[in-house]
Design a binder for this molecule. Structure first.
Ligand code: CAA
Length: 381
């Protein structure tokens, strides 16, 4: 078993780190407070190739592997988890799905600008009454000649406000259950397509999340992804890779929490010495480091399996489940080590906790990850 990254992977990690520290960090606190979308930063990460990392160069992407993507996600999310999720959705939920299942026409028209970072994408599966129970899609797509006519509401769409292209899942034949669900690319500005209000979130505040509304929204039939009735399988297969991205986002937050805890514990004095010399603090730091490392191993294992073309859905679920838990626990311990200072905005650790929590919820809650893992072993419901 080889635990070394290749030179190329390390180069990508370094370039993501440099960009994150120099270009993202200076404005991240202000954007969190104002809940401001990082438009200029997203444009720049697109120019650097971070929005289409795994897409083939034939379609405008950087042609990198999933391990490189996870390394970049960690560095970016370590500094700003909001930028992390914007990047993750575009890479793993939008570009990956289009490259894997889109027609040549869809790839040329939508994937190329998304992979080059000229356009931004969103993935719309959840609905007011279909979150974890994702097969219960109430959004309807009725065929009408050369078009499908969409009616319904999507919820919790990351990049929902800023995206140019939305991958939307809808029911085309209710009688067939989840095999009657299809997926479409819907362009912003299509008549009948609208946004709900931007959600005022606890964390990842500078990413935008909103509901989407469809009222007799006519989408050309060639915008269907894969085949009619394949939309649910498309969403599930795509989310498997998305879960590696969110695991990496969680790793970035956990790593930032650990580094903040170490730094502060060496600066802060109590009982006549640095608190880092107290076993109560050392035990916390040891636990944080162990959880972070275990989460990294799970995440890179899932990424390596995906790169090797192996079945990786249970491994991706384990990585997300464990890394998100580690991120919340590391952020909580970082706050505890900072004492009262950890509870105020002056130090970043309170944001780490707010940002970490969502990683246990989106792209499948922790409870859903357990279902996916258990079913992979039991092959039963
Ligand atoms: N990978 C591939 N296929 C999967 C899968 C996986 N992880 N999980 C389920 N499937 C497939 C099954 O194989 C089955 O396919 P076939 O019938 O074609 O063989 C189909 O999906 C239905 O599966 P089940 O019969 O097991 O359906 P279920 O209703 O009992 O359970 C579920 C399905 C696993 C709970 C699924 O609904 C699920 O994953 N829910 C969570 C949804 C989710 O992650 N939502 C996040 C939305 S995106 C987001 O967070 C917003 C954002 O912008 C970031």
């Amino acid at each position: 078993m080889n635990f070394d990254f290749t030179e190329e992977q390390l180069m990508i990690q370094e370039s993501a780190r440099d960009f994150a520290q120099n270009e993202i960090a200076p404005t991240s606190v202000e954007r969190d407070i104002k809940a401001e979308f990082p438009t200029d930063i997203v444009k720049k990460i697109g120019e650097l190739g971070f929005l289409g990392m795994m897409v083939s160069p034939d379609y405008g992407g950087a042609g990198m592997d999933t391990i490189s993507y996870a390394l970049a996600m960690i560095e970016i999310s370590k500094v700003d988890a909001s930028v992390g999720v914007i990047m993750s959705v575009n890479n793993s939920l939008v570009c990956w799905g289009l490259e894997e299942y889109g027609s040549e026409q869809i790839k040329q028209k939508y994937l190329v600008p998304l992979a080059k970072g000229e356009k931004l994408g969103a993935f719309a599966l959840s609905e007011p009454e279909a979150g974890s129970d994702a097969t219960k899609q109430h959004t309807i797509a009725d065929k009408d000649g050369e078009f499908y006519v969409l009616n319904g509401i999507k919820n919790w769409t990351t990049n929902g406000f800023s995206a140019d292209y939305h991958l939307v899942v809808a029911t085309t034949d209710k009688s067939k259950g989840h095999h009657g669900i299809s997926a479409f690319v819907v362009e912003k500005g299509t008549p009948g397509f609208g946004h709900g209000k931007k959600e005022d979130k606890m964390g990842i505040r500078s990413s935008d999340t909103c509901s989407l509304t469809f009222e007799n929204c006519r989408v050309p039939k060639e915008n269907m992804i894969w085949d009619e009735g394949k939309g649910f399988n498309f969403a599930m297969n795509t989310l498997n890779g998305g879960r590696i991205g969110i695991a990496a986002q969680a790793l970035g937050i956990a790593e930032a929490s650990l580094e903040a805890a170490i730094k502060y514990s060496k600066e802060r004095k109590a009982f006549g010495k640095e608190i880092a010399s107290l076993q109560a603090i050392q035990f916390k730091i040891a636990d944080m480091a162990m959880k972070l490392d275990a989460a990294k191993l799970l995440t890179f294992k899932a990424a390596a399996m995906k790169d090797a073309g192996k079945k990786y859905y249970a491994e991706a679920a384990m990585a997300k489940l464990y890394a998100s838990k580690a991120a919340v626990e590391c952020a909580l311990e970082a706050i505890q080590i900072h004492g009262g200072y950890g509870y105020v905005r002056e130090y970043l650790v309170e944001r780490y906790l707010r940002d970490a929590k969502i990683t246990e919820i989106y792209e499948g809650t922790s409870e859903i990850q357990k279902i996916v893992i258990a079913r992979s072993l039991l092959d039963a419901k």
